[in-house]
Ligand binder design. Structure first.
Ligand SMILES: C[S@@+](CC[C@H](N)C(=O)[O-])C[C@H]1O[C@@H](n2cnc3c(N)ncnc32)[C@H](O)[C@@H]1O
Length: 242
């Protein structure tokens, strides 16, 4: 699972992201809801409502996984078509079952594709969403460049990602929970210790707040903003294609 060096930040091992998510796919939803006490649903709902305010018709949900964000967005946006893409076929398989069970297959289609090489034409998409996915991209700049390429002028990019809370009291509890509880409970239930240690490390490493806003602006987006959710445990970012 671990091989060489990850780009972006200085020293970190490269992780087989696809293999990792294929390995935990069947426990992913359970652990998401359990470890976040169900708050992850609120985070996705908030991101979907923000996207709705732009009234997009054609949406792309990158790193869609088991399609929770795509499903939430389809519920909120009645007249939209959503394509979800992901590199993990096991995550997509569970996503497809959920989409079928909810009778949403006319609104959501799921494809195997990589964020860094999206199979969509230039200027073709109204809104791109990425829920808890961008932190895992092998090459974040290449992924953002692809988002920028496929979005129509004025189209919105909405990124939902974990972040570290700033308030001292919350930060201490958060650090304890993220470094002690999540790896143990996640590792035990998924039978994959690596994945839930990786979650802790990748969140700690990911640039959040204004740092990520700067990255969005450098990628050519305008009006980049962020909204911390639940004391900053997650943050939703939006930016527009110039
Ligand atoms: C933490 S899950 C998030 C799933 C879903 N968006 C959600 O809100 O629960 C991260 C997903 O990103 C996918 N992923 C990671 N790197 C990717 C890439 N370069 N291109 C497409 N998907 C990627 C993984 O396979 C995994 O399904």
């Amino acid at each position: 699972m671990i091989s060489t060096l990850k780009s972006g930040k200085e020293t970190c091992v490269e992780v087989d992201i696809k293999g990792m998510f294929d390995g935990i796919a069947c426990k992913y939803d359970l652990l998401n809801h359990l470890l976040s006490f169900g708050i992850d649903r609120y985070w996705r709902r908030r991101a979907s409502k923000i996207v709705k305010s732009y009234n997009p018709k054609e949406l792309l949900d990158i790193a869609t996984g088991t399609a929770d964000l795509a499903i939430e967005t389809a519920r909120v946006l009645k007249n939209s078509q959503i394509t979800g893409v992901d590199i993990s076929s096991s995550m997509l398989k569970i996503g497809r079952q959920k989409v079928d069970n909810l009778n949403l297959s006319h609104k959501i289609k799921l494809l195997l594709a990589c964020a860094e090489a999206l199979p969509f034409s230039d200027n073709s998409i109204d809104a791109v969403t990425i829920g808890f996915g961008i932190r895992n991209f092998k090459n974040i700049s290449a992924g953002l460049a692809e988002c920028h390429r496929i979005l129509k002028k004025g189209g919105v990019l909405c990124v939902l990602e974990f972040s570290e809370p700033q308030h001292a009291l919350i930060k201490n509890s958060y650090n304890f929970y993220f470094s002690k509880i999540i790896p143990r409970v996640g590792g035990r239930i998924s039978q994959n210790n690596f994945a839930y240690n990786y979650l802790r490390d990748s969140v700690a490493e990911f640039p959040s707040g204004l740092d990520f806003v700067k990255i969005l602006m450098q990628a050519g987006f305008k009006d980049a903003q962020f909204e911390p959710l639940s004391f900053g445990i997650a943050t939703v970012y939006t930016a527009l294609k110039k």
